[in-house]
Design a protein around this ligand. Structure first.
Ligand code: GCO
Ligand code: MG
Length: 454
């Protein structure tokens, strides 16, 4: 563990200005700390710590402890840029948490979001997310309930999950689909190699993450080392190949199995429209990230040409990023993650808004969402009415030692368990065995050397 901070509050028991009057403590510029008094002194935040650990991969976790000794965990992992979030938390957030009332989750969120002035962005929002999650964890523990009960109770008995099957060639892909089915998965993401391209996104056999030999990771793109790995790309070759893969998979596995595919932000709007159209005969559950996320107008063009359902948003940070594409009904699934969307509170709001347009959840759940973030998503997914599907790649055994978890995965369905809180405990000693290791996501170059979207 790299202990990015043990910034415990120095005098958490001292009454802070404003204590007792139940109102905001400070006027702008007065220099007085902003805090509201808790009616319950035990719920004041005693200390906040940031734990960076790298069991199978890097994770950043916030742990908040109240005066009463209740702890809450939050995930702040930003793949390939972990230490930026750890520093943001340590330097700029932890000092603000001292003496705050842990029960005021919405107020803490609004304070961190609005007082930073520089809003949004993946680093800021992952940091705020960690605080939000940790405070929900504390609130549910204090209430003695699993978090989903506080969010309204269960709307279903379990969460349909999809796994990542992949193979460079068809036989390897078919084996991978069968292995996933044997593990219980009832919905499968399909990624394959493309003839002529050596190394591309989404193929498990690409993995070279040091120290992972023998450990099953469906697909782990971040690779340990001092420089990002280079991969190849050729969109025309991809567009020719992918429909043939789905035709073969449907022929082999029949029409029932829900199949998903990730375009990983690589196509132009017209290319995405063409792919969506050519995949229609194979009845995809969704086509994900067909175009880069920056240009949301692009989806209008895609939508005009295809009825293949679209999922987008794993790189989005706020409800604002989803606002127009939900209102214009340009997507069918929200791919946000609690960890990257600023926490449980804003993702809940996004899903309630999406519900007005019959748009469902498809929360991002790769291995770079830590067990804490995944648990938070399971509680949210269980509670909301418009749950769609949950991505579930499975963490490695070392990660599962560092983070003890109560969730279950049975017959393809996830359930967060019924322990009070999120249902995750952090073994700090175990975490300490695995210091941070530099790791980067890969990048793409075309045949002529041009850098392309990865
Ligand atoms: C997915 C994602 C991941 C990302 C990864 C980047 O759909 O699961 O696209 O595979 O590439 O999360 O950190
Ligand atoms: Mg994706």
């Amino acid at each position: 563990m790299t202990d990015a901070s043990h910034a415990s509050t120095t005098n958490p028991a001292a009454p802070l200005p404003g204590a007792g009057d139940g109102g905001p403590a400070s006027d702008a510029g007065s220099g007085r700390p902003d805090t509201w008094a808790s009616t319950d002194r035990g719920q004041l935040i005693d200390r906040a710590e940031v734990v960076v650990t790298s069991p199978d991969r890097n994770f950043v976790t916030m742990r908040i402890t109240t005066v009463d000794g209740v702890t809450g965990l939050g995930d702040a992992t930003l793949n390939g840029r972990e230490l930026a979030v750890a520093a943001y938390l340590t330097e700029h957030v932890v000092p603000l948490l001292a003496g705050r009332d842990a029960s005021r989750i919405e107020d803490a969120w609004q304070f961190l979001y609005r007082s930073s002035y520089w809003r949004r962005g993946p680093v800021t929002m992952a940091a705020i997310a960690a605080v939000d999650m940790a405070l929900w964890d504390i609130k549910a523990k204090v209430a003695g309930m699993p978090l989903y009960q506080l969010l309204g109770g269960a709307s279903r008995t379990g969460l349909m999950a999809y796994g990542h099957a992949s193979g460079k060639e068809l036989p390897e892909l078919f084996d991978s689909i069968r292995e996933h089915q044997e593990e219980g998965y009832r919905s499968i993401r399909v990624q394959t190699g493309v003839p002529g391209l050596e190394s591309i996104y989404g193929i498990a056999s690409n993995r070279t993450t040091a120290g992972n030999a023998g450990v099953r990771y469906d697909f782990e793109p971040a690779q340990r080392g001092a420089f990002p790995a280079m991969e190849d790309w050729d969109t025309r070759a991809y567009l020719r190949h992918v429909p043939t893969v789905f035709e073969a998979v449907r022929n082999e596995f029949g029409p029932e199995l829900p199949l998903l595919h990730d375009g990983h932000h690589r196509m132009t709007p017209l290319q995405a429209a063409e792919l969506g159209k050519s995949l229609e005969p194979y009845d995809l559950f969704w086509l994900e990230d067909c175009t880069p996320a920056e240009n949301q107008e692009a989806l209008k063009l895609v939508r005009q040409h295809t009825t293949t359902p679209l999922a987008i948003g794993e790189v989005f940070n706020t409800i604002w990023d989803f606002k127009d594409i939900i209102r214009d009904q340009l997507i069918d699934y929200v791919r946000g993650a609690v960890t990257h969307m600023g926490g449980i509170s804003p993702l809940r709001k996004t899903m309630d808004y999406a519900a007005m347009y019959q748009i469902k959840s498809g929360f991002h759940g790769p291995t770079d969402i830590s067990p804490v973030g995944l648990a938070a998503q399971m509680h949210l997914g269980l509670a909301i009415h418009n749950f769609g599907i949950q991505e579930y790649m499975q963490h490695g055994p070392r990660t599962n030692q560092v983070f003890r978890q109560t969730f279950t995965f049975t017959d393809g369905f996830l359930h967060p368990g019924d322990e009070p809180g999120l249902g995750v405990t952090l073994d700090v000693d175990e975490a300490g065995k695995y210091p941070y290791e530099q790791a980067y996501l890969p990048f793409n170059r075309l045949a002529d050397g041009t850098v392309h979207d990865w």
